[in-house]
Design a protein around this ligand. Structure first.
Ligand code: ZN
Length: 439
């Protein structure tokens, strides 16, 4: 049971300015200033993906689920006459269950890309994908500590900013706009457009070869972005990888130029690399500079194999964990967190920067199909949760969606979302900068 408490407590300590020394015990030891009542359930000693029935309990106007408690009539916590505070619900076990990705590791449900599907998740089954439930549990714990120590406990902020935003860009395609947009143009008899696209391509400036345009958008926000380059061109089991060769001097020049301007570069592990450390390392070494972060193409994270691959290669962070099918909180947490190594039952040294929203999710025929004007209203409740908990918002916007030949209204949507964040005083950071601040 200790590895469970240690894992949750590690993250708790990173959220708040806590009293030191701090006495919190997992179990009723009769001594510690805060004591958490552990569940009598043996679920976390087994290998089932989903606990049975869950219960819902109100916390300051929000109803939140508890996975390992039954009687919800008691208050969340009470103080006895010696000043000791007893938490009556096992928020530790519930937090561990969600944050560690337990359901993904023990479930055998997988989609065609060997990904854990959103439809099989407790977030979908119980409708809380846009609530960072683990943050609520830790807030309850904070209040218990606050009561026991008789002092207000402040959250950690982001270089003085109330919440962090991480703008990320996966570079899958940068030289085939002429083909993708040109073919329908030709079919529709729009020769003018076709020739313009072909001309751009011939002069070496395909409409998707738009790194300077993306950098300019970031410049307007006074932000630095994180660019994940895909160093594999061969298709994999019929699925496309990059349309460019990252060792091409033209691309290498762009990568170096972005890095010199203060943007961060990461590797975009190709299909299959989530279970193939040798291949992932080969790809990483094709980049013209050393990188410490990764995101997998198609968000292909194998819950059983991938954490060990990232750990073996010494990556500082990964930023794959978001559901492609839905925006929100895949691990029910709005801060970076350390992955959990189930095989060894310990915390992994690798950080996860959870992905909250990918552009593709918004209009892919298999995912959501939101018209552009409905996007910001739809995601605002999620953003409000991040703001409330002083968390991190990670956005993936592909470079082609800054051009007129990608997601319809893509550039406008990017500006609307980032404008909203700017109005709310966010701090823009690269992925590495975010991890550096929490670790
Ligand atoms: Zn990709």
């Amino acid at each position: 049971m200790n590895s469970i408490f240690d894992y949750v407590f590690f993250h708790f300590q990173r959220l708040y300015h806590l009293p030191s020394p701090l006495e919190v015990s997992y179990g009723l030891d009769g001594r510690s200033r805060v004591q958490i009542t552990p569940t009598s359930s043996a679920f976390l000693e087994g290998q089932q993906p989903h606990p049975g029935a869950l219960v819902w309990k109100d916390w300051r106007g929000t109803t939140i689920p508890l996975f390992f408690d039954e009687n919800i009539d008691r208050p969340w916590f009470t103080q006895d006459n010696q000043g000791q505070v007893i938490v009556h619900f096992d928020v530790v076990a519930s937090a561990f269950y969600l944050l560690s990705g337990w359901q993904e590791f023990y479930s055998t449900e997988r989609d065609e890309f060997n990904r854990f599907p959103y439809r099989a998740s407790v977030q979908n089954l119980h409708g809380f994908i846009t609530k960072p439930i683990v943050n609520y549990y830790l807030e309850i714990l904070r209040e218990a500590v606050s009561l026991a120590y008789g002092q207000e406990i402040k959250p950690r902020l982001w270089s003085g900013r109330p919440f962090a935003t991480c703008l990320t860009h996966d570079i899958d395609y940068c030289q085939s706009a002429w083909k993708v947009a040109g073919k329908p143009a030709l079919q529709q008899g729009n020769l003018q457009l076709f020739f313009r696209l072909a001309q751009q391509k011939l002069t070496g400036q395909d409409a998707w070869f738009n790194f300077s345009q993306v950098a300019q958008e970031l410049q307007h926000l006074n932000a630095k972005g994180t660019f994940f380059f895909l160093p594999e061109t061969d298709t994999y089991e019929g699925h496309p990888n990059a349309d460019y060769d990252v060792s091409d001097p033209r691309i290498q020049k762009e990568v170096k130029r972005l890095a010199a301007a203060g943007h961060e570069i990461g590797v975009h592990g190709s299909h299959g690399t989530g279970s193939n450390p040798r291949q992932l390392q080969t790809e990483r070494e094709k980049l013209p500079l050393p990188v410490s972060g990764n995101r997998f193409h198609y968000l292909r994270f194998d819950p059983v194999k991938t954490p060990a691959v990232l750990e073996e290669l010494g990556f500082a962070y990964d930023s794959t964990l978001g559901f492609p099918e839905h925006y929100g909180f895949r691990n029910s947490y709005c801060h970076p967190f350390r992955l959990f190594n189930f095989k060894d039952r310990r915390m992994s040294p690798v950080w996860e920067l959870p992905l909250n929203l990918m552009d593709v999710t918004l209009n892919h025929p298999k995912y959501l199909q939101l018209p552009p004007q409905e996007v910001l209203p739809a995601i605002t409740p999620m953003l409000e949760e991040i703001i409330k908990f002083h968390g991190t918002f990670t956005l993936l916007w592909h470079n082609e969606n800054f051009s007129p030949y990608g997601l319809k209204g893509g550039l406008q949507m990017f500006r609307e979302i980032t404008g909203f964040l700017q109005e709310r005083q966010t701090g823009f950071f690269t992925a590495g900068e975010v991890i550096f601040q929490v670790r």
